[in-house]
Design a binder for this molecule. Structure first.
Ligand SMILES: [Zn+2]
Length: 416
């Protein structure tokens, strides 16, 4: 396992290098680096401090302004050019504005490689917590602030060692990924193109070879309220909705060898106002993860199923949806990286030999379908999706350090 090898590697480094500050468990006490050129090959304190700062700022979808502000000032202080791209608030009366950040240090039109991740999180917010065994807990610690921090660190380190030039790479941090991707769809309007885009989502430090497609929709039943003792005088919306949900739950949907079964989740239901009142309205929110075929085909199955149960039910698809997304994994295998020798005082003659990445198929959606264009795409990041979105979202510091190396390897491979 790559992570095991890297963990071993870092242990070796720690054993021979004397740092002027504690390495783990006290990120809040660590000093920031002043300038990219002062970076050590792995600047532990800068990475952990940046990750901590990002996680400490609540940025549930729709409320990304503060974390965007923080990133803007951080990246400007680190000599990057930062452009803001306004994204509409979620509600017309919302006070908080939102924006994507396009980040570069050369000419944005010349960048061949783009690294991108999202700065919003799912609710609820819960704070950063540095626990024993170098664990970092908190909302967004995995999804996807681990990716944001390590992508920035990777680019800074490659710039500092001169392995890439400012014109080679740009970064794009978007809002709204967790609610359908309005940020990335807006970024699609930038009119920029890249040879390679490296998307950051938790993949356990593996290269994702693809992810399932996605189709979300709502069903609404409208009945007629009345006294529960006289049900024949009303029309119970719950009774209209329930058979439709049962039919959906029993659907056999297409499967594929690569992605497994198409799955359907009845995620939210609500209906009626009280036990003694005939329910006037009822509704449900449903998400389908598509393993085979197009979203259009699945949509037809859903419409047909619902119509047969009760044609009065209202169906509202949240977007066009998309089928399974195949992702590139053709990174050169074993490769020796010798850039550590450029900072001999820190790492001496140590060499890190990264083996080829393991690959993984994931069941979650990403912003990839929202960024159109003919480009090579990779999906990679620290942390495990199984803890993301949960009340035990966390990763270990070694994952962050390893992800910096992984991103560097992907960038160099893309530019080779
Ligand atoms: Zn994510």
């Amino acid at each position: 396992m790559l992570s095991v090898r890297l963990a071993h590697y870092y242990c070796c480094v720690l054993a021979i290098v004397t740092f002027p500050w504690p390495i783990s468990g006290h990120a809040q006490e660590l000093p920031h680096a002043q300038h990219p050129l002062n970076l050590h090959p792995i600047d532990w304190s800068q990475l952990l401090s940046l990750h901590r700062a990002l996680v400490e700022i609540e940025s549930i979808s729709g409320n990304e302004y503060k974390v965007g502000e923080y990133l803007h000032s951080y990246l400007t202080a680190h000599n990057f050019t930062v452009e803001r791209q306004h994204v509409d608030p979620l509600a017309a009366d919302a006070e908080s504005s939102r924006f994507n950040l396009l980040v570069y240090s050369g000419d944005k039109h010349s960048a061949r490689v783009l690294l991108s991740s999202h700065i919003d999180t799912v609710p609820p917010y819960w704070p950063y917590d540095n626990r024993e065994n170098n664990q970092i807990w908190g909302r967004g610690s995995v999804d996807a602030k681990g990716c944001v921090a390590t992508q920035i660190q990777a680019v800074e380190e490659l710039l500092a060692t001169g392995e890439i030039a400012g014109r080679d790479v740009a970064l794009l941090f978007v809002v709204g990924e967790e609610i359908g991707g309005d940020g990335m769809r807006k970024a699609d309007d930038l009119g920029l193109s890249w040879e390679t885009v490296i998307f950051g989502e938790p993949t356990e430090l593996k290269l994702a070879s693809g992810h399932k497609g996605n189709l979300g929709f709502n069903i609404k039943a409208i009945g007629k309220a009345g006294h529960s003792g006289y049900p024949w005088l009303g029309e119970n919306a719950n009774s209209m909705l329930i058979p439709a949900l049962v039919a959906l739950d029993r659907l056999e949907l297409p499967s594929s060898k690569k992605y497994g079964n198409t799955t359907l989740n009845i995620g939210k239901m609500e209906g009626g106002v009280a036990g003694n009142v005939i329910a006037e309205t009822a509704k449900a929110q449903i998400q389908i993860r598509i393993a085979d075929g197009s979203a259009e085909k699945i949509k037809d199955i859903v419409v047909d199923t619902i119509t047969k149960v009760d044609a009065r039910l209202e169906l509202n698809f949240l977007s066009k949806g998309y089928g399974p997304v195949d992702i590139d994994t053709d990174v050169e295998g074993s490769k020796s990286f010798n850039h550590y020798s450029k900072s001999p005082t820190v790492c001496g003659n140590l060499r890190l030999h990264l083996l080829g990445f393991d690959t993984i198929v994931v069941n979650y959606g990403t912003d990839i379908p929202n960024l159109h264009g003919d480009y090579k795409k990779y999906l990679y990041g620290p942390g495990n999706i199984l803890v993301a979105h949960s009340d035990h979202e966390h990763l270990v510091e070694d994952d962050l350090f390893a992800a910096v190396e992984g991103y560097k390897k992907l960038i160099l491979a893309a530019l080779a």
